[in-house]
Ligand binder design. Structure first.
Ligand code: SF4
Ligand code: SF4
Length: 313
């Protein structure tokens, strides 16, 4: 049977991605990451701004070259899935970042990327490797190269007209697909997120200092005690921080997700300090078994809750 033309294959992959609920899909040639983006990442590491995220310093060779993730790779397919909530936590609950409202996004993305990978393999007879935080890949870089949007001063990925409340996933494939035009937009002279960050974690050049970012400190840092200043700015945030996204003008047009898996769970809708303090480790495991909150660990959630105040920033 003759193979379909490259253009028909490309458009059928994008149509299938849309059928699977992805809000954006683009292609980039799987060549090594450019020198500017590599130097920027190395500088961030040298400055120690990755903080407790020690994993960020590992596998630099794989991070630079996607063909080391899949021999013969020709294309990085970048995909985005909207998680902007349709319902929000009520007053009086401890604040959870939107990304952790519902079912663990790793599970949701893995299922959908897996389905798209099988479609690509069946259509192109080429190999695929789906990635959702499962491989060292520069996902925002690739999303920009694939034309989905740009990296903001808050270091989040912004899709013009749609905002930044999107999960990103990639499929590296040996299929040669026509690359999309990289996105050249920037934040321009806006600096709202730099002003709005309660912890002074944004320098304005697009890098985040993870040693100051509340999101990193509350989620990735599992030390028994956090620096004293955290308690003075954390307010009622217990899992992550969305401040630099909420203030971003690109999120004015955010549309609620239709993916029911991302709707806030009953546990998130009723998460008070008292509830966390009264929770046993077994309850934590059962309650958050399929939630990204499970990655925080029981002790870290309790440490965070103890730091919070009633102030709703
Ligand atoms: S997540 Fe919060 S603390 Fe981190 S950079 Fe954004 S606003 Fe600042
Ligand atoms: S708030 Fe302004 S500077 Fe920050 S990411 Fe959004 S557009 Fe860029």
């Amino acid at each position: 049977m003759p193979y379909p033309s490259i253009d028909i294959t490309a458009s059928s992959i994008k149509s299938q991605a849309a059928r699977l609920g992805f809000d954006a899909c683009g292609f980039a040639a799987a060549v090594p990451v450019d020198a500017v983006a590599t130097a920027r990442y190395e500088r961030w590491l040298e400055q120690g701004h990755h903080g407790c995220m020690r994993w960020a310093a590992g596998h630099q060779d794989l991070r630079r070259d996607p063909s080391l993730l899949l021999p013969g790779a020709q294309t990085v397919i970048s995909l985005a899935l909207n998680y902007y909530p349709a319902r929000f936590q009520p007053p009086g609950t401890l604040r959870v970042a939107y990304y952790a409202y519902g079912r663990d996004y790793h599970e949701v993305l893995r299922e959908r990327l897996g389905e798209l990978s099988r479609f690509i393999e069946a259509t192109t007879h080429c190999a695929t490797r789906p990635c959702v935080d499962s491989a060292p890949i520069r996902e925002r870089y690739w999303a920009q190269q694939a034309g989905l949007g740009f990296i903001g001063r808050n270091n989040c990925f912004i899709i013009p007209g749609k905002g930044s409340f999107f999960f990103l996933g990639e499929i590296v494939t040996t299929a040669q697909l026509p690359p999309d035009e990289p996105c050249r937009l920037t934040c321009g002279d806006c600096g709202r997120c730099v002003e709005a960050c309660p912890a002074g974690a944004l320098s304005g050049d697009g890098a985040v200092d993870a040693t100051r970012c509340l999101s990193c400190l509350l989620i990735e840092n599992h030390d028994e005690v956090l620096p004293h200043w955290v308690g003075t700015v954390v307010g009622n945030r217990v899992v992550g921080c969305d401040e630099c996204q909420l203030c971003c003008p690109h999120n004015r047009g955010a549309v609620p997700t239709t993916i029911e898996d991302f709707a806030p769970t009953p546990a998130v809708m009723t998460l008070t300090r008292e509830r966390v303090q009264g929770m046993t480790s077994g309850e934590f495991k059962r309650t958050f078994a399929h939630s990204a909150i499970s990655r925080l660990r029981y002790k870290t959630l309790r440490r965070n809750a103890a730091l919070t105040s009633d102030e709703d920033p």
